[in-house]
Design a protein around this ligand. Sequence first.
Ligand SMILES: [Zn+2]
Length: 175
Amino acid sequence: MRIGFGWDSHEFRSGVPLTIGGVTLPHAQGLAGHSDGDVLLHALTDALLGAVAAGDIGGFFPPSDPKWKGADSAIFLEEALKQVRKAGYSVANIDSTLILAAPKIGPHAKAIQAQVAKLVGISPGQVGIKAKTPEGMGTDHAAIAHVAVLLEKATRQRKRGALGRRKARKHSTRR
Ligand SMILES: [Zn+2]
């Protein structure tokens, strides 16, 4: 098993849509960033990459690269999931906390949970979505996300080559 943790923050800005967990929420302001500013998917991407020690989101998608301007953050998440699969793991569960003054996440939590589950390829019951307001933190102008992930060894083995089969036999006799 592997554990991963990710954190992200983005500033609210007028004139951009608010996308959290791949869901566009009705709000007067959105989150500024080089991509779509999806603070939850960015923290999740970092948590997944961290869990397999594969670096971070900035290493794969440099903010300086104009290619990622306004990009759908699901692209970043897909790369992180690819790294997880490459390392031989699958996602056991995800837990998250959003910290933002507005809008209220409660009415949208189920939709966000369902979308994150769909993007990761797990069931909604494996995705925790929690939200708090930033009491006494002075961060009302920003949205913050904390995400923890647990990975387990992938059970479905990929088709092995001859070498892989030999290794597997050796491994099984050792046990
Ligand atoms: Zn971000």
